[in-house]
Design a protein around this ligand. Structure first.
Ligand SMILES: *[C@@H]1O[C@H](CO)[C@@H](O)[C@H](O)[C@H]1NC(C)=O
Length: 353
């Protein structure tokens, strides 16, 4: 059957390259999304009223996009460009990513909370206008009423400290290798979490851990010491916070940064890193971190019907993930993460530490 021999491979090729099944977009979180993106840098130095730098990755086509605020490593002092590939991937799925950072500023994360709050306020007034002035189409809008807050490393300390004070407009949170304390060396004993006490807010949570987080680099220092990182945050969540936690067992604390920066952090011995991975495997890992974040945000904010059939498997089924991973979750109500945040005043634990 020579005809079948020709037609079948062609048909298979067409089907394989087709992203549409029955007219519906197939969700492929680890591949770049369908949006073209742009990046705008807004420097605090030349912007009256703005206390931090903002780097925004967002789609270029008209539309209203959900917003993911991201507080980056070392307590949000790391230049946002270190995370460019991951952030661009998230934006390509139709999400506006706003990385908030500054090289200087107070060391104590608690002192950064009012600064972060002032940035959120500035953004409500000015961010869209500023983006449009920077060449973004006027038809591009941001939904600043429903925010997802994310952090890497000690950036999570500021995030948690902010939510301990108010939910604001936050509807969910993303912890990436979260670290408590004011610095990775434990010199400043300032913590956002008391291990004996649940956090005083309830919100759906995605937690991504890296398997090598708590291993020291050559320097002898772990970037995410066991007692100050991942489980400390996961276990402090209010029992009724829906949560998904995924551990990429083979990668290190800063391995999802853009290649030159991840390499620098690893080879200088600052953090432990995956020294067996190829450039392609690091790329897959960056798309994994971005893809988990995209999946969580879409499940949270884009599924009004509560049908998470196309999203939950990517949060729960490790066989779908492109890197070695372990997963656990608490989702007593089943279905989608329910966008929202509820807050009660903190009761200060007075027992012995
Ligand atoms: C993640 O996996 C690594 C490697 O198996 C393990 O050492 C580490 O404790 C795990 N982390 C978490 C938070 O479960």
């Amino acid at each position: 059957m020579p005809l079948l021999g020709v037609v079948l491979p062609v048909l298979v090729l067409i089907l394989a390259s087709c992203e549409y099944v029955g007219g519906q977009d197939v969700f492929l979180p680890y591949e770049p999304g369908s949006h073209t993106t742009t990046k705008v840098h807004i420097g605090s130095l030349l912007t009256p009223g703005l206390e931090e730098n903002l780097d925004v990755w967002l789609p270029t086509e008209g539309g209203t996009y959900n917003v993911f605020y991201f507080l980056d490593g070392m307590g949000a002092v790391t230049p946002a460009n270190f995370y460019a590939q991951t952030m661009k991937h998230i934006a390509s799925h139709g999400i506006a990513v706003v990385v908030v950072w500054k090289m200087s500023g107070p060391l104590n994360p608690e002192d950064k909370v009012p600064i972060f709050a002032s940035v959120l306020e500035w953004a409500e007034e000015h961010l869209e206008k500023r983006l449009h002035n920077s060449g973004v189409e006027d038809s591009v809008h941001l939904d600043l009423e429903n925010l997802v807050l994310g952090g890497h490393s000690a950036g999570n300390h500021i995030l948690v400290e902010y939510l301990k004070g108010t939910c604001g407009k936050v509807k969910g949170q993303v912890f990436i290798s979260p670290v408590d304390g004011a610095d990775p060396f434990g010199l400043l004993p300032i913590y956002c979490i008391n291990p004996r006490q649940s956090l005083n807010y309830i919100t759906p949570t995605l937690h991504l851990a890296a398997g090598l987080d708590s291993l020291p680099g050559f320097s002898g220092i772990a970037c995410a010491p066991e007692d100050l990182s991942n489980d400390r945050f996961y276990q402090a969540l209010d029992p009724s916070s829906q949560r998904w936690s995924i551990n990429a067992t083979e990668f290190g604390h800063a391995d999802f940064l853009d290649p030159p920066f991840a390499e620098a952090v690893g080879t200088t011995g600052f953090c432990s890193y995956n020294n067996d991975a190829t450039a392609e495997e690091f790329s897959v890992y960056r798309r994994f971190v971005a893809g988990q974040t995209v999946t969580f945000i879409k499940a949270l904010l884009e599924e009004e019907e509560g049908d998470c059939g196309q999203y939950l498997p990517y949060l729960e089924d490790t066989t779908l993930m492109p890197v070695a991973a372990e997963e656990r979750h608490v989702n007593d109500i089943g279905g989608c993460p329910v966008a929202g945040c509820s807050w009660t005043p903190e009761t200060i634990y007075t027992g012995a530490l």
